[in-house]
Design a protein around this ligand. Structure first.
Ligand code: IPE
Ligand code: IPE
Ligand code: MG
Length: 267
């Protein structure tokens, strides 16, 4: 009993410290200079679980908690676009059992969260080759898209069966077929036209890319769109990723100078 009470107060202490740090970070964030578009590679579920002696599936389940939290904070902060990497075109190489777990969690997530997503005005926009996903996953995605289509808050791009190279291949195919049927001329091909044929057509490029879990690579994510994005890496595993980490990333982001190939303002 005594040990339980000590554990309870220790947890409370940690929570109070985290809250104090969050408030401190919030004070440092300039609400007028928030990124319009944040992209996140939700990585580290497997390692999080294995370190606890659990199977990788537990890690994916725990990752859903982080997803919930991060969508909420981004929506509360007034971020316009959040692109979340959930399943890559390369992730089919995983054992079938793990793939099934991920697809089932996706269905469960949408069914459990759809009301809250609607209350918060979140619009769900899947990106990737969705038609190749299992029928149950497609059905849940369709439901979420239909239910949230009129929402005007945060656009949540959920990258599923997504590959940056596949995305470019799909754009090239679409452009090539317009050239072939004469509805487009070669001179009309521009950076804007290519952007307009990507899954993220009409959206601004990400301002900030976040990758938790310590790996320093982009793993075939948003190859075209990340041209001038600021990168923020963290060793925290995705299931432990919370509001405080987003706030840390935002403070860091706001201290950077984005030059887009130009010159420093002071030079
Ligand atoms: C991210 O976590 C989830 C997916 C890729 C679907 P991982 O499963 O890649 O976890 P790690 O990187 O092996 O720890
Ligand atoms: C990237 O993570 C894909 C997702 C998080 C969905 P991976 O774990 O698949 O990437 P690699 O294999 O470490 O590059
Ligand atoms: Mg990984």
């Amino acid at each position: 009993m005594f040990n339980q009470i000590v554990r309870f107060w220790r947890r409370k202490d940690t929570e109070n410290c985290a809250e104090a740090e969050e408030n401190e970070l919030l004070k440092r964030i300039d609400k007028n200079k928030l990124p319009c578009h944040i992209a996140i590679i939700m990585d580290g579920n497997g390692r999080w679980a294995l370190r606890r002696g659990l199977t990788r599936s537990y890690g994916h389940r725990a990752g859903i908690e982080a997803l919930r939290d991060i969508v909420r904070i981004c929506s509360d902060l007034g971020i316009s676009f959040l692109t979340l990497y959930a399943f890559s075109t390369e992730n089919w190489k995983r054992p079938q059992e793990e793939i099934d777990t991920l697809m089932n969690l996706l269905v469960e997530y949408f069914h459990k969260e759809i009301d809250e997503l609607c209350e918060n005005g979140v619009r769900v926009h899947p990106i990737g080759r969705i038609s190749e996903l299992p029928a149950s996953a497609r059905k849940a995605i369709d439901m979420a898209v239909q239910r949230t289509r009129e929402n005007k808050g945060l656009t949540m791009n959920l990258a599923l069966n997504y590959g940056g190279r596949h995305e470019i291949v799909d754009a090239v195919r679409a452009i090539a077929s317009k050239l072939a049927n004469g509805s487009l001329r070669i001179e009309q091909i521009s950076e804007k036209l290519i952007s307009d044929h990507l899954y993220t057509a009409g959206q601004p490029d990400p301002d900030l890319l976040i990758r938790p879990s310590g790996d320093l690579r982009i793993s075939n994510f948003l190859l075209w769109q990340l041209a001038y994005t600021e990168f923020w890496f963290s060793s925290v595993m995705w299931p432990d990723f919370r509001r405080i980490h987003i706030l840390q990333a935002l403070v860091d982001y706001q201290q950077r100078e984005r030059r887009f190939g130009g010159l420093n303002k002071k030079t």
